[in-house]
Write a protein that binds this ligand. Structure first.
Ligand code: BDR
Ligand code: CA
Length: 314
């Protein structure tokens, strides 16, 4: 059983990652979930996390982290995720408990109290994670790896060179990539292959309660994705969870990856040392390919499991 902590900014694809992790209590024990300003303001993404967790009847600790990046102001992504940060469904009234401590302190306590090493699943700007590793360096030895969605070796999406999560807080990403904690990097190289098709989204409509929620989310996300040139929808963040559940459907290479914090055109770029003899040992497994059919089947199967009921204990 892998102990995981999910740091996120829901976000349609964050929601798919959370739901899929919740559907596999036999493999993943979710110690908690934290939010960080990213796709939308901290307040909005926290509300979205609450809505998803309440919808499935989860009982997972939720903690709110940093409002914005370490150095620069927050730039949200309403063009991709809408004004709420997770447009599409109507969740109605209701609340979900929130930890009183800031997420950085809360994650630290949870990791140190856990007898096993913990896997961090990072689906958002790396602000919370960087602060955790810098404030409490002793935590690094208690983390077996960070499975993260962010970056891209071949290209970006926010800029030609930089992906949203890294571009949002390059200084934080730089800290994380230089922390010595092993990283599994689901960057755009793999996540843009990790799609659900329009037909698959349509098939979710009347299948069950949680599938229908996913339909409403993915329908909006698919429409908004068209402006960026996508017909099918890349479920970026789900890769970071899918790798934990089915690493055999991915391929990748171990690389030394660095992050540009320059102010120029390269700001937020992740670049790999691909020389035959790199200057530094690898710090990341860079995922490069995925079996799309099996990836999307994993999502559809997870939603079907949740349609049958959420059971935290397996
Ligand atoms: C990443 O940016 C966000 O908009 C998504 O939730 C994902 O984490 C993709 O570039
Ligand atoms: Ca995200």
């Amino acid at each position: 059983m892998r102990q995981i902590w999910i740091d996120c900014d829901p976000g349609h694809d964050d929601a798919m990652a959370i739901l899929t992790a919740c559907a596999h209590p036999e493999k993943l024990h979710i110690l908690g979930i934290s939010t960080v300003g990213g796709n939308q303001t901290l307040h909005k993404v926290t509300q979205n996390a609450k809505n998803v967790l309440r919808f499935i009847g989860a009982d997972i600790p939720l903690a709110m982290g940093q409002q914005g990046p370490l150095v620069k102001p927050l730039n949200t992504a309403p063009e991709a995720h809408g004004e709420s940060g997770m447009d599409g469904p109507y969740f109605g009234d209701g609340d979900y408990p929130l930890a009183s401590e800031n997420a950085v302190v809360y994650i630290y306590r949870q990791i140190m109290a856990c007898p096993d090493k913990v896997t961090l699943v990072a689906l958002a700007p790396l602000t919370n994670i960087a602060l955790l590793l810098r404030t409490f360096p002793e935590v690094c030895g208690r983390i077996d790896c960070i499975s993260m969605m962010g970056g891209g070796i071949s290209h970006g999406n926010c800029t030609p060179l930089a992906e949203f999560n890294i571009y949002a807080d390059p200084e934080a990403a730089h800290i994380v990539f230089h922390s010595g904690v092993p990283i599994v990097m689901s960057g755009l190289d793999v996540t843009e292959q990790a799609t659900v098709t329009v037909a698959q989204i349509g098939s979710l409509q009347n299948r069950g309660r949680v599938s229908h929620l996913a339909y409403e989310l993915l329908h909006f996300y698919n429409e908004s994705g068209r402006q960026f040139g996508f017909t099918d929808s890349p479920v970026h963040d789900l890769c970071a969870v899918a790798w934990l559940l089915a690493p055999e459907i991915f391929r990748g290479s171990r690389r030394f990856v660095d992050v540009s914090t320059d102010e120029g055109a390269s700001r937020g770029q992740t670049f790999a040392d691909c020389r035959p003899v790199p200057a530094h040992p690898a710090n990341a497994l860079v995922l490069e390919g995925v079996d799309r059919e099996r990836f999307s089947a994993l999502l559809l199967d997870a939603l079907a499991r949740l349609d049958r009921g959420y059971h935290a204990g397996g």
